[in-house]
Design a protein around this ligand. Structure first.
Ligand SMILES: [Zn+2]
Length: 366
């Protein structure tokens, strides 16, 4: 079986102000310092727990985040699954999110992840993260190709860090991915991290696009709180510009839009969950994963119902978003796995955790 969505990066790779997005700044500085000390141990987590109930909630999350190496994080996750389970690991480049400098550069994070693959050649399936701001269209394509040739099996995007998916500096990446059937994973929920810089850049408010048939629609301005403005980056319909040009692109929208969108769906209001269903019906290689969102039984129930639709049945994938889920009280990886298996039953689980993921991953690189 597969888990198509997980993270193995740890505190070494995140910028100084990363935690400030979830905690208040003063506490984030303390936690950040603790997490970067050479002695990373349970005592650190105990200190954090004592900061108050808000921090106690993060203790499980932090206990994984402070693991010394990515392979320790990976092994922690493996314990929840039958031997031989294959797990997609998604790195991130935190360099452009407006949260300060990195101590360890992104290439180092990728090299470390490659070591995890070397130790677990059949089980670890790393994706390479690309941000359009890393280079020109040609350079970004070359970057992705280089890492795919070195053992990565897919491409990861995270637009809420401050860019639009129709950015011209991504066009060659898409062209290459479509040609070679390389899977792309994109973050698609209102949760998670986001561009948190003091100022919005010109390109955030006036983006360029490689497909002028779909003019950018931006709402808000420099005064809009960053965690609201980021919704502009994430809109599922941003990908109409992409899929219109690359209709066979294999792309998975992570989290199926997320909790907030399922709530809107329940209230019959417009939402990303419905938009993603629409994209799956219109484009043959659009997928979703149920990671993170699956932690609530009522949302799992909705996903299970979707499996009776013949189109959606082939596009929904099992993933968990380990270890982000550890921020939720009392949710372990093992629970997510066994609860989902029980809820879906063997046939349906086989469909989302094996059949669909295999089809999604299949390319010359895997
Ligand atoms: Zn994730």
């Amino acid at each position: 079986m597969y888990n198509c969505h997980s993270h193995t990066f740890n505190a070494r790779y995140v910028p100084k102000k990363f935690l400030a997005i979830e905690m208040d700044e003063r506490a984030a500085v303390i936690v950040g310092r603790l997490m970067k000390t050479p002695v990373l141990n349970k005592a650190t987590v105990a200190i954090i727990s004592r900061l108050g109930p808000n921090y106690r909630k993060y203790a499980g999350f932090l206990s994984v985040g402070i693991k010394k190496t990515q392979d320790m994080v990976f092994e922690e996750m493996q314990k929840a699954y039958p031997k031989g389970t294959r797990i997609v690991a998604l790195p991130l480049n935190f360099q452009f999110m407006g949260a300060g400098e990195l101590d360890v550069n992104y290439e180092q994070q990728l090299d470390d992840l490659l070591q995890v693959r070397a130790k677990n050649p059949n089980e670890c399936l790393p994706f390479v993260f690309i941000d359009p701001r890393m280079g020109t269209a040609q350079q970004n394509r070359a970057f992705v190709e280089k890492y795919l040739n070195r053992g990565f099996v897919g491409i990861k995007l995270y637009p809420s860090l401050g860019y639009y998916p129709y950015d011209p500096r991504l066009e060659e990446v898409y062209r290459f991915a479509e040609e070679k059937e390389v899977p792309i994973m994109v973050h698609c929920s209102k949760g998670g991290i986001f561009y948190n810089g003091e100022e919005l850049e010109y390109e955030h408010l006036h983006p360029q696009t490689f497909n002028s048939k779909f003019p950018p629609r931006i709402s808000g301005d420099n005064k809009t709180p960053r965690d609201k403005f980021k919704d502009n980056f994430l809109q599922p319909y941003n990908y109409e510009a992409v899929l219109d040009k690359f209709p066979r692109l294999k792309i998975c929208f992570a989290h199926y839009g997320g909790d907030s969108e399922l709530e809107l769906q329940i209230k019959n209001k417009p939402n990303w969950y419905a938009e993603l269903k629409d994209l799956m019906k219109r484009y043959e290689n659009v997928y979703v994963d149920i990671s993170y969102t699956l932690h609530e039984a009522k949302y799992r129930e909705k996903f299970l119902n979707d499996l009776s639709d013949p189109v959606l049945r082939n596009r929904i994938m099992y993933g968990t978003d380990f270890f982000m889920t550890l921020r939720e009280d009392n949710v372990t990886e093992r629970d997510l796995y066994t609860d989902t298996l029980k809820h879906f039953g063997n046939d349906n689980f086989q469909q989302i955790a094996v059949t669909n993921v295999e089809k999604y991953l299949k390319s010359p690189y895997y």
